[in-house]
Design a protein around this ligand. Structure first.
Ligand code: 13P
Length: 252
């Protein structure tokens, strides 16, 4: 099964609208020649509209980093899938480990957010990943299995193929300590098996499973060379045009 590679940057809480426009102005032409892959940037909510406008006319996908599952309501500080869509953005990251760790995103909430994203037509990038103590105590696969099952609980089977699943080991995020290609491949094989159990082989084979955690221009190609790794989710190295251009241009 050949899946279109999905290469995304996650800017986290970096860059104003103006900075986003300047970055995209320099970067978007790169994406025009990379038609064999999807290239995306998840920007802060305050930069969504400007970023979507700056990217228009190019294949660069613009996305948000979080959403609320309700369409609207008394939820101070939150934004809905419909609001994200209205900015021109077409993607959203859900359940990033920083949301799970600092802002109380549980698998239940992730599942509700996923439902809202799919219903609204946003491409959802659902994140899972074990922390260091899970890995050191040999619980990696148990933790991932329960995150995947919980996060995808109730997903509409007809739409599930649109999900992008991101494996981001928490101990590899922002630490400079990437998982080895072999470690990541092993987990991706396991995640694909989990997806098959939950959604059946046909749907599971279409879902892109991408890796994130200290991806750099130096290690991107080796990670992408693994058969079960369908793309990358890049934090720090997506903040500058040059390294991110190198990463998204890697052979895949
Ligand atoms: P780093 O690439 O900075 O390790 O961050 C990874 C990440 O969390 C992307 O979502």
């Amino acid at each position: 099964m050949s899946r279109k590679p999905f290469l995304a940057g996650n800017w986290k809480m970096f860059k104003t609208g103006e900075e986003a426009v300047s970055f995209i102005g320099q970067f978007k032409s790169v994406t025009s020649s990379l038609t064999d892959r999807d290239v995306a940037l998840a920007v802060p909510a305050t930069a969504l509209e400007a970023a979507a406008k700056a990217a228009s006319g190019s294949p660069l996908i613009i996305g948000a980093q979080n959403l609320h599952w309700e369409k609207e309501g008394a939820y101070t500080g939150e934004i809905s899938a419909q609001m994200i869509k209205a900015t021109g953005a077409t993607m959203v990251i859900i359940g990033h480990s920083e949301r799970r760790q600092y802002f109380g995103d549980t698998d239940d909430k992730v599942a509700k957010k996923l439902g809202a994203a799919l219903w609204t037509g946003l491409v959802p990038v659902v994140c899972v990943g074990e922390n260091l103590s899970d890995r050191e105590s040999g619980r990696t696969m148990d933790v991932l299995s329960s995150q995947v099952k919980g996060s995808l609980a109730g997903v509409n089977p007809a739409e599930a193929h649109k999900v992008v699943l991101a494996y981001e080991p928490v101990w590899a995020i922002g630490t400079g300590k990437s998982a080895t290609e072999g470690m990541a491949q092993e987990v991706h094989v396991f995640l694909r098996r989990q997806l098959k159990e939950i959604l059946g082989p046909q749907v599971a084979d279409q879902i892109r499973i991408i890796y994130g955690g200290s991806v750099k221009p130096e290690n991107a190609a080796n990670i992408l060379a693994q058969s079960e790794i369908d793309g990358l989710l890049v934090g720090g190295a997506s903040l500058l045009v040059e390294p991110f251009t190198k990463i998204v241009s890697s052979p895949c």
